[in-house]
Design a protein around this ligand. Structure first.
Ligand SMILES: C[S@@+](CC[C@H](N)C(=O)[O-])C[C@H]1O[C@@H](n2cnc3c(N)ncnc32)[C@H](O)[C@@H]1O
Length: 307
């Protein structure tokens, strides 16, 4: 069982909450749907810079649900000449790629090894040198456990102009869609994002698990299922309460999202008996208890209100 002791009742939390009066200088949405800036409606103007030939944009596609992509990412899909995309990009998003643009897949296919990182970067540079507008589309956010820093570094070294378009990371979107606030003043003033998997596929040796166990009330883990039993054992060894909640969010934000709950002391057996699907985000911490009242998404799916 997870611990519930740190959860404040909803009525206490909402006590004293008052709507502030509406600002008066907002545009009237019925007359001016996009305010006074017509450029906004057309996705151009300063907020939507020109995608220049010979440049590379590293763009976050968000965690899965197509609607969670940014407007700037949408603008990029509509302006590019070629999209080089990863396995975790929802194929529904590719419908928005400008007609006539090429699509190149750079993910893992049918159990075969992924293309090597230098090969992907080389390809991006090669396409940019052909004078094309190159959109590198990555799941979640390109700079969170997405090798975006490595690709951008190689592109920068090659002297190719580039731009980073952030996306909603799975560790943010997955929490929102499972009713877990990443922070809540009643449960945690800090949150730590980490990966359970290093470049060689092992549990990262340079993470100080003992320090993580005590220093951070909420841990959000990417790529952690393979080593989760060992990670849980390290956290307990480091002083974490073995009864603390472990929440696993598989296929976050998608209609087949699945959320499982166990505890640090039970997670090893749980993984064997339940085999939670991947990709998955793992959350350790009492903030998960807010799910009891904030789980809006599975309720919406049950009632068929959200596609
Ligand atoms: C290589 S990392 C990419 C992370 C990505 N850059 C981001 O910001 O979300 C892949 C890991 O992200 C997590 N992930 C990505 N998409 C997910 C999803 N829809 N549901 C759950 N986890 C997801 C999983 O932990 C997966 O193993």
């Amino acid at each position: 069982m997870c611990l519930y002791n740190s959860m404040t009742s909803l009525s206490t939390t909402l006590d004293g909450f008052q709507l502030k009066s509406q600002p008066t200088n907002l545009p009237d949405a019925r007359k001016e749907p996009f305010g006074e800036d017509p450029g906004f409606a057309r996705l151009d103007g300063e907020a939507f810079p020109e995608f220049r030939p010979g440049s590379v944009w590293l763009v976050g596609a968000g965690p899965g649900a197509p609607g969670l992509m940014t407007l700037l990412a949408f603008h990029a899909l509509q302006s590019c000449d070629v999209v080089v995309y990863d396995a975790l990009v929802n194929s529904d998003i590719l419908r928005w790629v400008r007609k006539g643009a090429d699509l190149e897949y750079a993910g893992k296919r049918g159990g075969k090894p992924s293309p090597r990182q230098p090969d992907i970067s080389f390809r991006l540079i090669e396409l940019a040198r052909q004078g094309r507008r190159v959109l590198r589309l990555k799941g979640g956010d390109p700079f969170i456990f997405g090798r975006g820093g490595e690709e951008a570094g190689q592109i920068a070294e090659a002297g190719i102009p580039f731009r980073i378009v952030p996306g909603i990371s799975a560790g943010i979107g997955g929490l929102a869609y499972s009713g877990i606030p990443a922070t809540h003043r009643d449960t945690n003033h800090a949150v730590t994002f980490l990966t359970g998997h290093d470049a060689s596929g092992h549990m990262p040796a340079n993470v100080d698990w003992g320090a993580i166990a005590t220093a951070t009330p909420v841990i959000v883990m990417y790529m952690a299922i393979k080593h989760l039993a060992a990670i849980a054992a390290e956290l307990v060894k480091g002083g974490r309460d073995p009864r603390q909640c472990v929440t696993i969010v598989s296929h976050a934000t998608l209609p087949h999202q699945m959320v499982s709950e166990t505890t640090l002391e039970d997670v090893a057996d749980f993984l064997v008996s339940h085999e939670p699907p991947t990709p998955a985000i793992v959350i350790v911490g009492n903030v998960s208890n807010w799910r009891r009242i904030l789980d809006w998404y599975s309720a919406s799916l049950r009632e068929n209100r959200i596609g």
